[in-house]
Write a protein of this length. Structure first.
Length: 328
């Protein structure tokens, strides 16, 4: 009887470990499997989907989302959220276009990147210094940045940018769209930062347990602020890509990117509770959202319905993430 009692906890521990292992494996493989099934479905229902031209279109369309999602990843790994990215895209589009029209493309690009970094810095300061919840702070910044963009542009597109800048959106290198290569470079830079630098290690530590990280000497406020600055810069890169595509500064550009970027990040396996996830997973999440949008367009599904589908996918991903966190 004593032996049976002693063995009982061991058996329970073994079952618990096995269950955790299976759930982690399901989490890792779930999105790649879903992506493959999505490709199979659209291939069977569209003659155009598997063509080289369509995949180039997907790569071009995914570039801006990828850039925003990369920045969002840094914030979410900190157990925060940046809902202002869409309005940062709009504000940068207007500022960069006005600067380009007056001083040329290099100055406009620099002005756009600085604008994105500045808004990100303000977000970080509000969250860390004034202790405003990230959800509230970035939601407010969404409204502020959108209002500034509409005010300085008078609500109309900004024209007059150099043709050489607009050409970037449709240029190719070895047959690959240049915007996609830009987003790929961002992915590589993000992977190196997250896995091989002190900032990256600090971000995972803060997201995993901010109190423990602080006791270990990690500068929590500075780490969170840097995450928002990076998010702002990445949103600025996305804005420059989209602005080049449309050929003018648009004060309403990127309105759906907040939802889509969070969806891509969470679908890619980054926990909203922080401290868990990889940039490779985010890449898969971006591919899923981009291919889903492209395939639905080919099937003539309206953009409004597409937003509903992305929202449903996000709810499902968050529900799974919450279930996984409770298991831990």
């Amino acid at each position: 009887m004593t032996q049976e009692t002693a063995n009982a906890p061991s058996a329970l521990n073994t079952r618990s470990k096995l269950k955790d292992s299976l759930m982690n494996r399901a989490r890792e493989l779930g999105m790649p499997v879903a992506l493959v099934l999505l490709i199979i479905y659209f291939s069977a229902n569209s003659d155009v989907f598997l063509t080289a031209q369509n995949f180039r279109n997907v790569a071009l369309q995914a570039a801006a989302l990828a850039a925003v999602a990369i920045g969002q990843t840094f914030v979410v790994l900190n157990a925060d959220l940046d809902l202002s990215v869409g309005s940062i895209v709009a504000l940068v589009s207007v500022v960069a276009s006005m600067a380009m029209a007056a001083y040329g493309a290099p100055v406009g690009i620099l002005a756009g990147l600085v604008t994105g970094a500045l808004v990100g810095l303000i977000n970080g300061v509000i969250v860390t210094r004034f202790r405003v919840m990230a959800f509230i702070a970035t939601l407010a910044m969404l409204s502020i940045a959108q209002g500034v963009a509409l005010n300085i542009s008078k609500g109309i597109p900004i024209t007059g940018m150099p043709g050489s800048f607009a050409d970037i959106a449709f240029s190719r290198f070895l047959g690959v769209p240049v915007p996609f290569l830009i987003s790929l470079a961002l992915f590589i830079a993000a992977a190196i930062t997250l896995h091989y630098t002190r900032l990256g290690r600090n971000i995972y530590a803060v997201g995993g347990n901010a109190a423990a990280a602080r006791l270990s000497g990690v500068p929590v406020r500075k780490t969170k602020t840097w995450a928002y600055v990076i998010s702002g810069i990445c949103a600025a890169v996305a804005s420059l890509i989209l602005t080049a595509r449309v050929g003018s500064g648009q004060p309403t550009l990127g309105s759906s990117l907040a939802l889509e970027s969070v969806a891509a990040v969470v679908l890619g396996g980054v926990s909203l509770f922080g401290g868990r996830g990889t940039i490779i997973g985010v890449g898969i999440g971006v591919a899923f959202v981009s291919i889903l949008s492209n395939g639905l367009n080919l099937l003539n599904v309206s953009s409004y319905t597409q937003l509903m589908i992305v929202g449903i996918a996000l709810i499902a991903a968050v529900a799974v993430d919450q279930a996984m966190s409770k298991q831990k």
